[in-house]
Design a protein around this ligand. Structure first.
Ligand code: SF4
Length: 353
């Protein structure tokens, strides 16, 4: 008899580990799948910043690979970042409390999982979703609507909340024993912790870790600011990286200044500078690196360099020598530092009300 196969969406978090393990324990062959959207916090840092986190110097690991290894399930990483960039700038179902298009994101992932399911001849999809855990995408009606739009109605098994939901096709067909599934709902974590102990899962990430930059308040402010000031409402992977780096100042409508907060950010700001942007860096000693993106004149570069200098060790000097790099053109300017506090009201960040 042919084995029953399922595809499990593995985020790297505990819930998807539990859901996958529950199904695997029923004798079903489970194949994990993880999507790289470009906005996953750890994975973007791992790919862009290198193997080590600049803050902790700890080795960064792919969360899905790590969690799949812990529960001994094969997992495939699928890069959907190109399509995802288009979706993020114009989600059909709008954004959550920040710039997180969770409904469109789930639809997109389920569509991709469905393709994978068909490719490997699996019968259904497994997710670690828990009814009522997330405000935007994990209400019963929303889950139904997401499935329908993704073309997978009835094919998504959510083992942790299954008994709170209508039976799915694999349950109705007898592929999955509904009695072996759970009725976990809401935002509490105790049932999941208990289940992890029962299933012998000892290593899993902290649930409060946050899965993507799109739920970050300051990231969202910067994203909306960029879209507002950009004629073409499109986004590149370089934008996605720059949006999380440094301090962002919008002093004039025509351009934005980004200033690095540490050495790792300074290196990345330089590396991810776009063609028509100006990189601003002190020539004599290591200090913050600045970047201007947009339309700017020399007076704007001077102010950007002065603020950049104000964050450096030479902030009390009368003049600091800066190199300004625009494409292949390099020139040197002497700049008097200014106190960055004078410009703090122009910083694009989440304001606590
Ligand atoms: S939090 Fe991010 S990854 Fe998770 S569903 Fe929402 S947009 Fe997608």
């Amino acid at each position: 008899m042919e084995k029953i196969k399922a595809v499990a969406l593995m985020s790297g978090g505990l819930d998807s580990m539990l859901a996958t393990k529950v199904v695997e324990k029923l004798g079903i062959e489970v194949y994990g799948i993880n999507f790289y959207t470009g906005f996953c916090i750890t994975e973007q840092r791992r790919r862009v910043d290198g193997a080590k986190s600049s803050a902790s110097k700890k080795k960064l690991e792919n969360a899905a690979l790590k969690s799949a290894a812990e529960i001994e399930i094969p997992v495939e990483i699928v890069d959907i970042s190109e399509e995802y960039l288009k979706m993020v700038t114009n989600p059909r179902h709008g954004y959550g409390s920040n710039v997180n298009p969770c409904i469109d994101c789930r639809i997109h992932m389920l569509r991709e999982a469905h393709k994978y399911m068909q490719k490997i001849g699996a019968q259904f999809i497994v997710t670690g979703e828990v009814v009522g855990q997330r405000p935007m995408s994990q209400h019963k009606n929303t889950m139904r609507m997401i499935e329908k739009e993704a073309g997978v109605a009835g094919l998504v098994l959510r083992p942790l909340s299954a008994k709170l939901l209508e039976p799915t096709i694999p349950e109705k067909n007898g592929l999955v024993d509904r009695e072996a599934l759970y009725a976990i709902g809401g935002r509490g974590r105790n049932p999941q912790m208990r289940l992890a102990r029962e299933l012998g899962i000892a290593v899993f990430p902290n649930p409060g870790g946050g899965c993507c930059f799109l739920t970050d308040q300051t990231y969202a402010e910067r994203f909306f600011d960029l879209m507002k000031h950009r004629e073409q409402k499109t986004l590149t992977m370089e934008d996605v990286v720059r949006l999380r780096l440094g301090r962002h100042f919008r002093i004039k409508e025509t351009h934005k200044i980004i200033i690095g907060r540490n050495e790792a950010e300074n290196d990345l700001i330089e590396k991810y500078a776009g063609e028509n942007m100006a990189i601003i860096k002190a020539t004599v000693e290591k200090g913050p690196v600045g970047l201007i993106e947009g339309i700017f004149e020399d007076c704007d570069i001077v102010l950007a360099a002065a603020i950049t200098a104000g964050y450096g060790k030479a902030k009390n000097m009368d003049s600091v020598e800066f190199e300004i790099i625009t494409g292949s053109v390099r020139r040197v300017m002497n700049i008097k530092p200014v106190d960055p506090q004078l410009y703090s009201k122009f910083i694009i960040q989440h304001q606590v009300k």
